[in-house]
Design a protein around this ligand. Sequence first.
Ligand SMILES: Cc1cc2nc3c(=O)[nH]c(=O)nc-3n(C[C@H](O)[C@H](O)[C@H](O)COP(=O)(O)OP(=O)(O)OC[C@H]3O[C@@H](n4cnc5c(N)ncnc54)[C@H](O)[C@@H]3O)c2cc1C
Length: 419
Amino acid sequence: MAKNPPTNDANNAHESTKGNQSGSLTRRTLIAGGVAAAGALVLAACAPVGTPILPTSTARAIRKITPPRLDTAYLGKEVLCYRPMRRGAPNMSVETVGSQIIAHNYGHGGSGWTLAPGAAKYVVDLVEDTEQGNIVSKGEPITVVGAGVIGLFTAYELVQRGYSNVTVKAEGFENLTSHNAAGLLAPVSMDNAPEFQAIIDQIGIDAYRFYAAVAKGEQPDFAAGAKIVPSYFQTREESGLEPYVGAVMEPAKDVDVDFGNGTTRNMVVYDDGIFIDTAVMMEELRAHLDSRVTFVEEKITSFADLPTQLVFDCAGLGSGALNDDAEMVSVQGHLIMLKDQVPADMEYMILVYFAEGVTEANQKVKRSFYVMPKHLPETGVNDIGVVGGTFVEGGTPETPNLSEFATLLQGAKDYYGIA
Ligand SMILES: Cc1cc2nc3c(=O)[nH]c(=O)nc-3n(C[C@H](O)[C@H](O)[C@H](O)COP(=O)(O)OP(=O)(O)OC[C@H]3O[C@@H](n4cnc5c(N)ncnc54)[C@H](O)[C@@H]3O)c2cc1C
């Protein structure tokens, strides 16, 4: 587990930072700067009395965060859901099968929300760039299969471009993975081959622009669903957000996070992180599309059964079966909703990775801890926050791995330094 327990050392480092000195050494700077630091001590010992000892690094700002209430009385429902991950990269491509054009948009893993508006734009661009797609008239019937975030944003993109005869067909519309997702904008929990990373980054940057406009009240179609909050990570690399810096985000800062209980953590923070309130945004999307798109509840077993020439394949894990795609894998996640919190204390996000392990069903699990200010539309104003952080590769409803909920909660308490 990558943790800084609240030892005296950590507290001393914290105190020295408070005094605006240079003494807060993370494990990383200790390793990287160990030789230089030791040298500085020797020089200090040899220096004549009265010689000022200059700081060796810049001071780290302190951020105070009050941990959420994590006693049993403050825990809401436990949620299990499944990320549609595709090994190698999401399938965002166009193929022609007989007279049909199938535009794939599935397999976004733990980053479907992060990418959705940009991925929709990318895939519709691909279609319009093909010879057959280019001649599809704006009034021609089009089917979008799937009503999760990917399907709804694809339908939204089509409507925005003037396509007027769009039908969204889906087996389910409620309580989808897309509603349950935590809401961090960061391209994490994917398995992209290096040659796709630049495309994925550009799609995420486009999506960031969209959500930032929603958060600032500058997006005419959506009044709610995204806000700008500080996003904390252990390292810049773990955030996946470095390619966004300079394009749409400001550089991260190194900070000491003080939980007010003797526990401090060395972290990096992106103050212009974006939280997507996923269930709220799903409602916003549905409300906007209801009068512009036809919704039909139907399970599709073959694209060939659909009456339209142009089909968008946005069925998440269902796309794996529809395409017989062996690269698709379900990655199970456990979430604990919080209730009766102090909303003002929840205006941030944290994601930290712990060690990998094996679940009770003998499945590989990557454990992490994250917290986000998620709010379900039907709950009270103080019922805010979600704790999550499991990634069980191959996890399905048949292997719920229920003991992960307790492990998750303990990881959160340990990180915050809550007894
Ligand atoms: C615990 C957890 C936390 C997450 N947190 C984040 C986060 O913080 N940030 C982030 O960016 N992403 C996050 N994600 C990932 C994100 O939720 C997913 O990538 C995204 O929701 C996938 O959307 P989707 O539309 O592809 O799939 P879904 O939401 O699963 O929707 C699929 C749709 O296809 C339909 N369908 C399936 N098969 C068929 C069929 N045969 N016929 C007709 N319809 C069909 C379904 O009924 C449904 O309407 C998280 C996921 C999990 C599990």
